[in-house]
Ligand binder design. Structure first.
Ligand code: ARG
Length: 603
């Protein structure tokens, strides 16, 4: 992208170096040492250069330097016959650049290629990055926490790819273990051959309902035991339902055909339902991994480590790793009965992933409550001697709460992802109806669904991943605030203008006409889109893009109100303003895709 600050950095560096020479200082400065800022208000100029950094070398005060540099550059500009100007203001040298020329340079670049290539930074060029996200358990449907995870993973994958990376999106389905047996057991005991079809329930919800039913029964049993004087922890082990679930896990591990059949049936339901939610939210994966297929590989890794003396056998027969050196606790890797635990499968999964697709980096998008788990996992893989273990990264994200209170995942008080989107959609639909826009939007149901997704994804990505957040459905849907629908509305507004006025193919567009403050602000924002994108990629944080999009939309809105576009008397100005709006729309479209916000032509 054309960087309008660059030629000025060069000019200033050249002048400073001349001054250094004149002062007999042997040192010279480079371009990185010239800092460019945006002046606090456009009246002061387009770029501000603070002179503080040169003070020591030149043994002069910043204001004095600013004034000397001003004089020298004025001379240069005069010789170049330039329309630009400079002015020393205190310790700053403020530059007013030739807007007409710069607008032209920037917008020509935007429209240069059909494929919008100006907006494709290549800071990740060719890098092979695997991104793991979502990674549900097959005992219940996706919930609000997954929605944050999903959109983070999908958005980061798209951003990295936009910056030139080769990205492989993967998901691990935790489809075995005691928690899976819980919903299986409840269904086996009380399900009486009902199916999601027979009950008319979405299939993952159907499975989740059995999990809830198990939890309720277990709680009753535990309460009874506790009131008979048994300690809670003991009661949780002694409860008949828990014992039966353990028993079921054992028959699963032994390959008991009836258990396996039930497991296949219920997992099939769970996964089928989740895939519908992924489809609905625009999330996809290149490959699914299943714990039931990788946990054995994990056990092999543990046994290998035992053989080579990295791990050790404890008195009770379990296998553990001493992580004292790494300032971590001792970690059990396999139980005394040979059964595996959560981390065992992760060892196997990581190894098989690198075999399948030799990544340079693997990013795990997983909640912050698992920070310790990933620390341990990465250390173990390094100990096992995998060189790629150096490039594993846990992208840890915070909790999402609803105004009503905390979301819990184990108790059945969760907010299902589907329910949440349904209610957002309902609210958006009501808004469309109240505005009397049903006819105008054509397909109100589809539009409402897309507004719901725009609201949700914007809100979830707006906060940087590490922070906990409160999801406020009402606020997320506001058409006027810092929201997804506000952005979508700007896009639709431009789209509608473009429909009203057919652009002729070879129309002469004079970008040099775009010189007013607000137009220039918009153009400057357009110019920094690629940088914003690479910043989001480097920090693995889509909130940079969200903030940028909000700024762009707000600035466009001001432009729209201050500058007549379609009904501008000057037809040349009208055309070029429409073209500027079109450039904004291209960026909105491109960036919306990266942050999973649907673009709407009408709303
Ligand atoms: N399914 C797990 C859970 O619900 C998350 C999996 C995270 N990924 C991993 N590779 N361990 O807690």
């Amino acid at each position: 992208m054309y960087d309008y600050k660059q030629p000025w950095k060069e000019k200033i560096a050249a002048v400073i170096n001349v001054l250094l020479n004149e002062a007999g200082v042997s040192e010279q400065i480079n371009l990185q040492q010239v800092v460019a800022e945006n002046p606090p208000n456009p009246q002061m100029g387009d770029i501000g250069f603070p002179m503080f950094g040169f003070s020591k070398l030149l043994r002069k005060g910043p204001p004095q330097i600013a004034s000397i540099v001003q004089d020298k550059i004025k001379q240069v500009l005069k010789n170049e016959n330039s329309n630009a100007s400079v002015e020393a203001q205190g310790p700053y040298l403020n530059v007013r650049i030739d807007r007409a020329e710069t607008s032209k340079a920037i917008l020509n670049e935007v429209f240069k290629d059909q494929d919008f290539s100006f907006a494709k930074p290549n800071n990740m060029n060719g890098r092979k990055v695997m991104v793991e996200f979502s990674s549900p358990n097959t005992n219940k449907p996706l919930h609000l926490g997954h929605l944050r995870n999903d959109v983070l993973g999908e958005s980061i994958s798209r951003i990295l790819a936009a910056c030139g990376a080769e990205v492989q999106k993967v998901c691990i389905i935790n489809d075995r273990g005691i928690h899976i047996c819980k919903s299986m057991l409840a269904y086996k005991e009380n399900g009486q051959n009902t199916t999601p079809q027979s009950e008319g329930v979405k299939s993952d919800r159907f499975v989740g309902d059995w999990y809830v039913s198990f939890s309720k029964k277990l709680k009753t049993e535990v309460d009874e035991l506790v009131s008979s004087g048994i300690k809670k922890e003991e009661a949780e082990i002694q409860a008949p339902s828990m014992k039966k679930a353990q028993e079921m896990l054992r028959s699963w591990e032994e390959g008991d055909s009836e258990t396996i059949e039930l497991w296949k049936k219920m997992n099939g339901w769970a996964i089928e339902g989740m895939k519908k939610t992924y489809e609905r939210t625009g999330i996809s994966f290149d490959k699914y991994y299943f714990e039931s297929e990788t946990y054995k590989l994990g056990k092999d890794e543990v046994l290998k480590g035992l053989e080579s003396g990295i791990f050790f056998k404890q008195d009770d027969g379990s296998i553990a790793a001493d992580l004292n050196e790494d300032k971590l606790d001792k970690k059990i890797l396999m139980r005394s009965d040979g059964t595996s635990i959560y981390i065992t499968q992760d060892l196997g999964t990581a190894v098989s992933r690198h075999k399948d697709w030799p990544f340079e980096q693997l990013i795990y998008v997983v909640g912050s409550e698992q920070q310790y788990h990933f620390k341990v996992l990465f250390v173990l893989l390094k100990k096992l001697g995998y060189p790629w273990a150096e490039n594993l990264h846990h992208l840890s994200y915070g909790m999402v709460n609803l105004p009503e209170g905390k979301m819990k995942s184990r108790e059945g008080t969760v907010v299902d992802a589907d329910d949440l989107i349904d209610s957002l959609k309902e609210m958006a639909l009501t808004e469309i109806q109240e505005k009397g826009r049903e006819e105008a939007v054509g397909e109100p149901q589809a539009v409402a669904e897309n507004i719901a997704l725009g609201a949700l994804h914007y809100f979830l990505l707006q906060t940087s991943p590490v922070k906990d957040m409160l999801f406020d459905p009402k606020e997320s849907l506001s058409f006027t605030g810092n929201t997804g629908p506000y952005l979508q509305y700007m896009g639709a507004r431009i789209s509608s203008m473009l429909r009203k006025k057919e652009q002729t193919e070879n129309e002469e567009i004079n970008f040099s006409l775009l010189v007013s403050d607000i137009e220039w602000e918009l153009i400057k924002l357009i110019a920094i889109y690629p940088d914003t994108l690479s910043e989001a990629a480097n920090n693995l944080d889509p909130s940079h893009l969200i903030g940028y999009l909000y700024e762009l939309s707000k600035t466009f809105s001001r432009f729209y109100h201050e500058c007549p576009i379609l009904n501008c008397d000057d037809t040349n100005l009208s055309s070029v303003r429409l073209k500027l709006s079109y450039a904004v729309m291209l960026i909105l479209k491109d960036a919306f895709h990266l942050v999973c916000i649907p673009f709407l032509d009408i709303m």
